[in-house]
Write a protein that binds this ligand. Structure first.
Ligand code: BES
Ligand code: ZN
Ligand code: ZN
Length: 498
């Protein structure tokens, strides 16, 4: 898809579809359009109710004969002006690209009206439009062998037309950012959507490595042997039930002076979670191919960090394993000594995410990080609490957690904070080891958080439980059914604004 930004008179536009965004109950007579077009729209929409401007309401007006340069005019509703936000615009653009799939539209021109900027700047406007179009048009069809089962968009060119040449630079800057950010989300979705037989720990490591080579990041893959030598026994206890060898992926962006403490992202990379010996029920078990979504998000973030050339040191760590039952698998009751020295009683092999994160979070200590943020599809309990609307966030540093929460609005990726009270830490004390990997008295989200907190005492840390938002069973405006790439945009906003 090609995005261009130009300044020209509406009358000079030549396109398959001229997109005109309008707010609810806006007076069309004041739209910045040539009188001829305006009059035509007013007669084509016979009744005012044909188009009222409600959010994501569309009116497609064919115009070929009257205006030889235009094939159609599309009125696009933005909803109430006082509710307007980047999320509204991104969602509406996402729905627009899906609607246009049904028409032979290869190029669109989008009228950049002053009002579209809202309370934001031009760069943000350009970025949001690109995010909406790119993410809304996303499809994972790698394994479809027949055409047209899932109609593909023919859209190849999006032209943003401003009335003033002065606005071009700002919009173009945002378009560039939007392209990089969306590509990172798409990489995360592509990895997470891969089935478990393809996205094995080694394949994830290979993908990260090839991304790193292209983007200019350092990449190191720690083998099973290396992990044994580091005493990563919590991680290895999960991996040993599978014939797929585990991998610890480490990506490094050196954008600042060496002595500057890095930000470290850690993502759960369970390429398939059967539950292990504590086997999950069969219903919907296939969804556990998404259990590496946290890792996919971290890989996506790292690609964008490199492409945006951020002047910060940033590290991405993805512990990648497969959780299967086997004669060699860990069993309930087993006790392992984690890399940190803390002993863990495994009471449920399905609570494997916290096991692999325990060692990955200990491994992160060596970077003397300014902050560590981990993302994980960690608990079914967070889905009970927040559904598929928001991720759970918690941590040991309020400033860090509040800092991330601030970017939920602009990114549209919602996070809701849970408390990490000391009582939850009490609940994971074991009778026979230092801690156990499940607690029995409810509070599934925070007892998982409390478990992780035992391994993050040496730095500022936030944990984002994305179990409810990492994939969607129904299409949302900016994603079809499947992986969403949740967290890439939220954390890139936080990181770039820091
Ligand atoms: N990967 C799951 C969590 C999950 C559940 C993600 C539903 C997405 C949707 C995790 O490894 C898990 O199985 N957690 C258990 C923990 C329990 C045994 C304490 C859970 O939440 O049931
Ligand atoms: Zn599990
Ligand atoms: Zn899991």
């Amino acid at each position: 898809m090609k995005y261009t930004t130009i300044s020209k008179n509406v009358a000079e536009i030549k396109t398959d579809a001229l997109l005109i965004f309008a707010f609810e109950n806006e007076n069309w007579r004041v739209l910045p359009l040539p009188a001829k077009i305006k009059n035509y729209i007013c007669t084509a929409a016979v009744d005012p109710k044909d188009f009222t401007g409600k959010e994501a309401e569309f009116l497609i007006i064919p115009v070929q004969k009257q205006f030889p340069n235009l094939n159609r005019i599309v009125l696009v509703g933005l909803g109430k002006e006082d509710k307007y936000s980047t999320t509204v615009l991104r969602n509406v653009c996402g729905k627009t690209v899906r609607l246009l799939k049904n028409y032979p539209v290869k190029a669109v021109s989008l009228l950049v009206r002053k009002k579209l900027t809202g309370k934001y700047n031009l760069s943000r406007l350009g970025q949001t439009i690109v995010e909406g179009f790119k993410l809304g048009g996303y499809q994972f069809d790698t394994y479809k062998t027949k055409e047209d089962q899932n109609k593909k968009s023919e859209l190849r060119k999006i032209e943003m037309v401003t009335g003033s040449a002065k606005e071009i630079t700002g919009i173009r800057k945002g378009v560039k950012t939007g392209e990089i950010v969306s590509a990172a989300v798409i990489l995360a979705r592509d990895l997470a959507n891969q089935p478990g037989n393809v996205a094995t720990p080694q394949m994830l490591a290979k993908s990260a490595k090839s991304m790193a080579e292209k983007a200019g990041l350092a990449c190191e893959i720690l083998s099973e042997k290396k992990m044994q030598s580091l005493n990563m026994n919590a991680l290895l206890a999960v991996a040993k039930g599978s014939s797929q060898p585990p991998a610890l992926i480490v990506l490094e962006h050196k954008g600042a002076k060496k002595r500057e403490a890095p930000i470290v992202f850690v993502g759960k990379g369970v390429t398939f979670d059967s539950g292990g010996i504590s086997l999950k029920p069969g219903k919907c078990m296939d969804e556990m191919k998404f259990d590496m979504s946290g890792g996919a998000t971290v890989i996506g973030i790292m690609q964008a960090v490199a492409q945006l050339k951020l002047n910060k040191n940033v590290i991405g760590i993805v512990p990648a394993v497969e959780n299967l039952p086997d004669g060699k698998a860990a069993k309930p009751g087993d006790i392992v000594k984690s890399m940190s020295g803390t002993t863990i009683e495994i009471l449920n092999t399905d609570a494997e995410g916290r096991m692999i994160l325990a060692d990955a979070l200990t491994f992160a200590e060596k970077y003397k990080p300014a902050a560590v943020i981990n993302l994980a599809t960690l608990t079914g309990a967070v889905v009970v609490a927040l559904g598929h609307v928001a991720a759970g966030i918690m941590g040991n540093d309020d400033e860090l957690v509040d800092g991330i929460k601030k970017y939920a609005e602009i990114s549209g990726e919602k996070v809701w904070q849970f408390p990490l009270y000391d009582e939850y830490k009490e609940q994971i004390k074991s009778d026979v080891a230092d801690i156990k990997n499940i607690a029995r008295n409810g509070a599934g989200v925070t007892t998982a958080g409390a478990f992780l907190s035992k391994f993050t005492e040496k730095y500022k840390w936030a944990h984002i439980d994305i179990a409810g938002v990492a994939w969607t069973n129904n299409a949302i405006p900016i994603a079809p059914k499947g992986a969403t790439g949740f967290g890439v945009r939220l954390l890139l906003e936080w990181l770039t604004d820091k």
